[in-house]
Design a protein around this ligand. Sequence first.
Ligand code: ZN
Length: 387
Amino acid sequence: MSGFGVDESYLLSVLQSLISIESINPSLVQGGSGESKIAHQIGDYLDRIGLEVDYQEIDEGRENVIGVLRGGGAGRTLMLNGHTDTVSITGMDIEPLEPVFRDGLVYGRGAFDMKGSLAAMLAAAKELVMSKARLNGDVVFAFVADEEYASVGTEEVIKEYSTDAAIVTEPTGLQLIIAHRGYAWAKVEVRGKAAHGSLFDVGVDAITKAGKVLVALDELEGKFQTQSRHPLLGRPSVHASLIQGGTELSTYPDYCRIELERRTLPDEDYHTIEAELNRLVSDVASSDRQFDASSEVFFYRPGLEISEDIEIVNHLTNACQTVTGTRPELIGARWWTDAALLSRAEIPAVLFGPSGDGAHSPVESVDFESLKTTARVLAEVTSSFCG
Ligand SMILES: [Zn+2]
């Protein structure tokens, strides 16, 4: 084991300062402070390390901060990408904004998802500068807003920065994630005919008609359970999320809306999901003359699938080997990340980060030892990929 070291007390103090800044995503939780304050704190750290610092304002109180470490030549360029926003802090069983370091774990909202990783990115940047690592290509340290809601932060970064590869430093338990599922949000609007509750020969009940859509969704989910599986990601899935309809007890409802989420495999695009839902609705309509409905896919995020053979995977695997003595596993994740947006923008992206527990949960903590490893691996992979 060798390679880059890490300044442990710097890593811990940066992490504690980032946890103590509330950066709840205001699109997710009303009254959340957003990412400007934490972005400026990170910008100060980047400036002190000696990186070029750039801010991208997305909205009021919503900012990205980007630190660029310039390489000396025309070598490969790399982006390290982490999100600065967190979910809500209400109902937590720990002090969310007062970090505690106990038994090797750092507790606080965002410690695991993912301020620990942000601190590791800063510690890696500092190590690269202090050790005067010889880099040819530029390194872009992107600290982005809004990953927990609509990923506006990474969308903004992509407009101005392009690199030969990216590592999203979401927590992965020191394994290497090369694939994850995508998702689509859709709605089905069912129209009935309003009438007094006594007028069975006039009214058409939009809610019971919508029930046929729910049954069809359940059958679709059942079909997914038996279909062949993706080696890293398993199967796709679908579930109804929201339902709305009806006006009062004695009236036939003229409208019912179902909103649903479809989790996708990387080879299922927007059109796959649109066609699937259209077919589902028209199948119901073909067996019921009174059924009248339309569907729409209103939000879509692609999945991620990176070849095991690309250079960043090799470099990251070797960097782990150098730092820890073991090779990481190449795995898939069920959840979605910004890596899919980077890959779609022709920046092949993989995920690597620390261990911990409790993302979006009442008790959240990151394993400090794994954070030290993350920082060292990030410095190592950067110096080999961009060197
Ligand atoms: Zn996250």
